[in-house]
Design a protein around this ligand. Structure first.
Ligand SMILES: [Cu+2]
Length: 116
């Protein structure tokens, strides 16, 4: 009973004050939805606060995984730089999963298109 109360109190805290711990990408060199003609050497992005980056992946429109040569840092960071391979003209989605300072998992993605 006591445990259940603590859990629900935690949930309420997170719903009412999400900005304290939960954050999302606030800046990236490839903007969500962008069409780019030149693929930068890396995708760099920054969160509004420190997060533990758990995973990133890059997929084509039809779900094929593009290998990324990247290992996320073990420490909580605000800014990340993920080297990009050469990309053919196509639509891609870069997805990330990160852990907020209160231990909750957050996810998001940056869809973009490489033009001819
Ligand atoms: Cu939370």
């Amino acid at each position: 009973m006591f445990k259940a109360l603590l859990v629900s109190a935690g949930t309420v805290f997170c719903l009412t004050l999400p900005a304290l711990a939960h954050t999302t990408i606030s800046e990236s060199n490839i903007e969500s939805g962008a069409t780019i003609s030149e693929v930068p050497e890396s995708l760099s992005f920054a969160f509004g606060g420190k997060v533990g980056l758990a995973a990133v992946d890059l997929k084509t429109e039809d779900g094929a995984v593009i290998a990324l040569d990247y290992v996320a840092p073990k420490s909580m960071e605000k800014e990340f730089v993920v080297p990009l391979p050469e990309l053919e003209p196509a639509a891609y989605t870069f997805s990330w999963r990160a852990v907020s300072t209160d231990g909750h998992v957050m996810t998001g993605d940056i869809p973009f298109t490489v033009a001819d």
